[in-house]
Design a protein around this ligand. Structure first.
Ligand SMILES: [Zn+2]
Length: 60
Protein backbone atom coordinates (compact mmCIF):
# COMPACT_ATOMS: atom_id res chain seq x y z
CA UNK A 1 0.00 0.00 0.00
CA UNK A 2 1.27 3.44 -0.78
CA UNK A 3 2.03 5.86 1.98
CA UNK A 4 0.53 9.27 1.51
CA UNK A 5 1.12 12.51 3.32
CA UNK A 6 -1.80 14.65 4.30
CA UNK A 7 -2.13 18.16 5.58
CA UNK A 8 -4.90 19.21 7.89
CA UNK A 9 -6.16 22.66 7.03
CA UNK A 10 -7.78 23.05 10.40
CA UNK A 11 -4.89 22.44 12.77
CA UNK A 12 -2.05 22.53 10.25
CA UNK A 13 -1.01 19.02 11.17
CA UNK A 14 0.89 16.94 8.64
CA UNK A 15 0.53 13.19 8.93
CA UNK A 16 1.19 10.08 6.93
CA UNK A 17 -1.34 7.39 6.19
CA UNK A 18 -1.39 4.13 4.32
CA UNK A 19 -4.21 4.25 1.83
CA UNK A 20 -5.48 1.68 -0.60
CA UNK A 21 -5.61 2.82 -4.18
CA UNK A 22 -9.38 2.49 -4.12
CA UNK A 23 -9.48 4.72 -1.08
CA UNK A 24 -6.94 7.28 -2.22
CA UNK A 25 -9.61 9.73 -3.26
CA UNK A 26 -11.48 9.54 -0.01
CA UNK A 27 -11.25 12.15 2.63
CA UNK A 28 -9.12 11.14 5.53
CA UNK A 29 -9.52 12.29 9.08
CA UNK A 30 -6.85 14.22 10.83
CA UNK A 31 -5.60 12.18 13.80
CA UNK A 32 -5.12 15.35 15.81
CA UNK A 33 -8.44 17.10 15.54
CA UNK A 34 -10.50 14.53 13.59
CA UNK A 35 -11.34 17.08 10.97
CA UNK A 36 -11.90 15.92 7.43
CA UNK A 37 -10.68 19.22 6.09
CA UNK A 38 -7.49 17.62 4.83
CA UNK A 39 -5.58 17.63 1.60
CA UNK A 40 -3.25 15.06 0.12
CA UNK A 41 0.28 16.24 -0.37
CA UNK A 42 2.19 15.27 -3.43
CA UNK A 43 5.13 13.33 -2.15
CA UNK A 44 8.22 13.17 -4.24
CA UNK A 45 11.86 13.66 -3.72
CA UNK A 46 13.06 14.06 -7.30
CA UNK A 47 14.09 17.63 -7.78
CA UNK A 48 14.81 17.43 -11.48
CA UNK A 49 12.81 19.90 -13.46
CA UNK A 50 12.59 22.42 -10.69
CA UNK A 51 11.77 25.97 -11.57
CA UNK A 52 15.08 27.29 -10.38
CA UNK A 53 16.00 28.33 -13.91
CA UNK A 54 18.96 26.02 -14.26
CA UNK A 55 19.37 23.83 -17.29
CA UNK A 56 18.64 20.15 -17.00
CA UNK A 57 22.31 19.25 -17.06
CA UNK A 58 22.92 16.30 -14.80
CA UNK A 59 19.31 15.33 -14.73
CA UNK A 60 19.82 12.02 -16.42
ZN1 LIG B 1 -6.27 18.56 12.28
Amino acid sequence: MPLYEYHCKDCDNVFEMLVNFSESNKKVKCPECESENTEKLISGFASCGSDSGFSDAGCG
